[in-house]
Design a protein around this ligand. Structure first.
Ligand SMILES: Cc1ncc(COP(=O)(O)O)c(C=O)c1O
Length: 378
């Protein structure tokens, strides 16, 4: 199998599955229980929290475990809106956010909040002038993706964060689900809230976290037993939490020595793809090391995806959450790509495990599939 859909999800590391299994089997007690078994499990959660906090460079009490990126984004966005609505009802985001943020904003609009969706340029970046102009005394939140999941564009988070802090009292939320361990940034020095999802770094689906800076207040979306410092009630997913800590540690180690290699690999294969005359590249010039996005105008992407799948090669059209809609990608259209090209986009997403040999086979099979399909269409 040649798996090139790592932006949708990554294969869990063996050690992650082992940690999940051991925790689920041996440490099944409720961490809130007062007996010794409960105490043992509570210690495991504490260790995982400590390890994650240290890997991310934040404090333990700033880590809120959630069920993944979607919940983290919902909690950051709606939690801020509900908590701070007395101060103002204006929110800012961009036109190229992940569905989990976009739909949270749409819901808030229906509830009477006013949302500014900043446009992006051909590189997928919002303009600093637009941001400054959009900020008002009523703005309570700016929420932006660090690395776009479809095209790999990078927002200059640190610069934008400094502007927000300098010019307003708004909180700053960053969705770093695709950026962590791939694109270096000092995100926690400028952001008040940062979302992460374990299955994007070889952890398991249904586990993630939101980093919330200590002084930031948030309205909890789940009420109940008061777990996670009152911010996220519900009995902790202990095997998920422990395996997330394991995944993040292993992934960060790989990232340190391999990020440049991954970027070189991406550049090399972008150049090779550009040699195929039917291919039009959609990847911005400055982009994350793991995402390549291109179109083959005139050929439906799902046809190419199924042709490659016949050869045990797996790529995708766009974000997994919206891959079943017939609409052209909202991300590509926001970048100025025509509807027909945006509807013909293919996303190839790499991991630190991806090899040149795999990409050579992918290139060969892609070229063959394009030529065969062109032949049929003649
Ligand atoms: C940028 C981004 N944010 C949020 C999410 C949602 O994460 P999860 O699948 O853990 O809910 C994803 C997953 O596709 C993503 O790519």
């Amino acid at each position: 199998m040649i798996y090139l859909d790592n932006s949708a999800t990554t294969q869990p590391y063996d050690e992650v599955i082992a940690a999940f299994k051991k925790t689920a089997f041996d440490y099944f007690a409720n961490p809130s229980s007062l007996h010794r078994k409960g105490g043992e499990v509570e210690r495991l959660v504490r260790q995982a929290r400590r390890s994650i906090a240290s890997l991310l460079g934040v404090e333990e009490e700033e880590v809120i475990f959630t069920s993944g990126g979607t919940e983290s984004n919902n909690l950051a966005i709606k939690g801020t809106a509900f908590e701070h609505m007395k101060r103002g009802k204006h929110l800012i985001t961009s036109q190229t956010e992940h569905a989990s943020s976009m739909e949270s904003f749409r819901q808030l609009e229906k509830m009477g909040f006013d949302v500014t969706y900043l446009p992006v340029d051909g590189e997928g970046q919002v303009s600093k002038d637009d941001l400054v102009e959009a900020l008002t005394k009523d703005t309570i939140l700016v929420s932006l993706l660090h690395v776009n999941n479809e095209v790999g564009s990078i927002q200059p988070i640190n610069e934008l964060g400094s502007i927000i802090k300098e010019k307003s009292r708004a909180l700053f939320h960053v969705d770093d689900v695709q950026g962590v361990g791939k694109v270096a940034s000092d995100v926690h020095s400028v952001a008040d809230l940062v979302s992460y999802s374990a299955h994007k770094f070889h952890g398991l689906k249904g586990s993630g976290l939101l980093v919330k800076r200590k002084n930031v207040s948030l309205f909890p979306l789940l009420s109940g037993g008061g777990q996670e410092n009152e911010f996220r009630s519900g009995t902790e997913n202990v095997p998920g939490i422990v395996s997330t800590a394991k995944a993040l540690r292993l992934y960060m180690q790989k990232s340190q020595s391999n990020v440049k290699k991954l970027n070189d690999l991406k550049i090399k294969y972008i150049e090779k793809l550009e040699e195929i005359k039917e291919v039009v590249m959609n990847t911005p010039t400055k982009s994350a090391p793991h995402i390549i996005n291109f179109s083959v105008p005139g050929i439906k992407p799902e046809v190419l995806i199924h042709a490659l799948e016949e050869k045990d090669i797996y790529v995708s059209t766009r974000s997994a959450c919206s891959s079943r809609t017939a609409e052209p990608s909202h991300v590509l259209t926001a970048l100025g790509v025509s509807n027909s090209r945006a509807s013909a986009a293919i996303r190839v997403s790499l991991s630190y495990e991806t090899t040149e040999q795999e990409l050579d086979v992918f290139l060969l099979e892609l070229t063959k599939a394009i030529h065969k399909l062109k032949e049929v269409m003649r």
